[in-house]
Design a protein around this ligand. Structure first.
Ligand SMILES: [Zn+2]
Length: 167
C-alpha cells in the first residue's frame, strides 16, 4: 500500500512485503485488512490465494479479492454452510416474494374479472387457481385488514393451492 510498511497479508504472515506483492493493493495493514486476510488464509491458504490472483487478469483482481474475502469470512463464521447459507436464505426470499407476487397478480385478476364475489360462479376461470366461494369470502375480508394479514392470507392460499411453492 505504499508508505513502506507491510500490507495486511504480509503483516499477518509476518514476512517482508516485497515490491510487487500481489496482496498489497487489496489488503491494508489495518485491523480489517489483516482480519480479512486471516480468513482467506484459513480457508484458501495464502499460497492458493496468491496463485488464484496471479491467474486472474489484473483488472479483475479486486473483484476476486472481494469475493474471496466474502466467502472466507462467511466460512469462518459458519463452518457448515459458509456463504451458501446466505445464498439459500436469499433463494428462500425470492421464492416467498414470487409466491406473494403470483398471489397478488391472481387477486388482481380476480378483482378485474369479478367486481363482486357474491355473484361469482366462474372463479375457476382464473388460470391455475380454483378459488371456492369460501376463499372468495376470505379474500373480501382481507380487503379490510392490514398488509400483514394479507400476507398471511397469501401464505395460507399458496400453501393450499400451490404446496410446491414453499412459502
Ligand atoms: Zn505484502
Amino acid at each position: 500500500m505504499g508508505g513502506g510498511g507491510p500490507c495486511g497479508a504480509c503483516k499477518f504472515l509476518r514476512r517482508k512485503c516485497v515490491k510487487g506483492c500481489v496482496f498489497a493493493p487489496y489488503f491494508e495493514a489495518d485491523d480489517r485488512g489483516t482480519a480479512e486476510f486471516e480468513a482467506v488464509h484459513r480457508v484458501f491458504g495464502a499460497r492458493n490465494a496468491a496463485k488464484l490472483l496471479l491467474r486472474t487478469p489484473a483488472n479483475r483482481r479486486l473483484d476476486a479479492v472481494v469475493s474471496m474475502c466474502y466467502e472466507a469470512v462467511s466460512r469462518v463464521k459458519d463452518p457448515v454452510y459458509g456463504c451458501v447459507a446466505q445464498v439459500f436464505n436469499l433463494q428462500q426470499q425470492v421464492d416467498n416474494l414470487q409466491a406473494e407476487l403470483a398471489y397478488v397478480q391472481a387477486r388482481i385478476s380476480i378483482m378485474k374479472h369479478r367486481p363482486s364475489c357474491q355473484s361469482s360462479k366462474n372463479l375457476s376461470s382464473v388460470p391455475s387457481l380454483d378459488f371456492s366461494n369460501e376463499d372468495c369470502a376470505s379474500l373480501d375480508e382481507a380487503l379490510f385488514k392490514d398488509v400483514d394479514d394479507l400476507e398471511m392470507l397469501a401464505r395460507e392460499l399458496f400453501n393450499k393451492y400451490l404446496p410446491g411453492s414453499k412459502i
